[in-house]
Design a protein around this ligand. Sequence first.
Ligand code: UDP
Length: 477
Amino acid sequence: MAAAAHVLVFPFPVQGHINCMLHFATALVGAGVHVTFLHTEHNLRRLGGRASASSPAGSPRLRFLSIPDGLPDDHRRSVADLLELYKSLAAEAMGPYRALLTPSPTTGSRAADVGVDPTGGFPPVTCLVADGLLPWAFHAAEELGVPAIAFRTASACSLLLFELGELPFPAGGDLDESVRGVPGMESLLRRRDLPSLCRRPNETDDVDPALRVLVKLSAHSGKARALILNTTASLEQSALAHIAPRMRDLFAVGPLHAMSPAASCSSLLREDDGCTAWLDCQADRSVVYASLGSLATISRDQFTELFSGLVAAGYPFLWVLRPDMVEASQDAALQEAARGAGGSKARIVAWAPQRDVLRHCAEGCFLTHAGWNSTLEAVVEGVPTVCWPFSADQQINSRFVGAVWRTGLDMKDVCNRAVVEKTVREAMESAEIRRSAQALAQQVRRDVAVGGSSATEFDRLVKFIKKLSTSSAVLGQ
Ligand code: UDP
């Protein structure tokens, strides 16, 4: 008889990865699978009771456990420290992590005695779905007889570009020069759209060490039993077709936030609960929502230019000003100054319930750093987007928005107050951009609805996981 499928879902412990993989976990639970979601102790503490509040109502099949990340509790874990977090997690978490996967000699149950187990009675872990940035996690699992699947939270196209590491990264030359050979971006990709790590402005510049690490890590994704991507054929058909033959199996199941039925609360910062009431008081499609995600930091000058541009554009705006976002600034003083200068048209918060904001009827356009989650969240709601990309895959995501899907505008490399003002106005007023955004939203919503490409892929994935649980039960005995 087949063992009950029990998946250990293990994200790299930063906000964007947690959000996306928690949506995936919630969807799995909805399909009858048991899921243990693995946080770091630090993040689980930050989430407090909100972690378990995200369990789909009435389902005892989702639980949250935690492992140490090895960093002191007061460590900032900022964007500059990601490599340190990565190394420390791999070193410190391995022991407790292996214990989660090792069958207990008395009960035969994996994960019986480790961490907090509010629900109890979970079957042994039969499959691991780990962030592709954690290859050590899937190697350890396979060694212990637990089949492992890789999950990448970035787009298929960016995975191709800087993670499978096969494309040449040209050095030197004009930033507007074309980069050829990227499926789905033929004649549309310029050097300035390459992920920041790949740009290499001068012939003398060596490849960025962080890029080397990413390429090395990513080579492992192809060796896992399968690869899961948070994207869909409507958005990235060519890139997916290019990746598929090189993987043992590939599942494009996104956008996952539109797939998982229950609202999941995974915010590491507390959401401001006055946003919706404020939006309720604004006219339809009148508000600019500005957020640069969970990691991007800006200089004091960039802050001033962005803020002045938003004020000059003249629309009411809701701005997420994270406590650690502006370099070398007194967080509270800055927020207070911005509130005063923005007047009654500005609402400034430390963290917003972004999905609720984007689907609110007052939402007019989204000024974003073009992280992949934020990009997908805007796509699903049909919201026109103004992109100000910073790093990693954000450069290529913003090119998708501006040149491939034409659902918004790309301010890449030129963000001063005049450009912000002009671009925001255009995104708010352009009927053409709104039409494209709404048409793409409809297409993508069809993908996640019953019978659509992502929903069908998700069903196939659930069958795949259930089949793996039979073989891993045999191996685990
Ligand atoms: N987010 C949020 N509230 C905010 C800002 C961001 O809930 O005030 C969420 C957003 O909905 C998205 C995630 O944080 O799911 C950010 O992920 P993304 O990939 O866009 O960017 P990253 O933070 O990884 O750079």
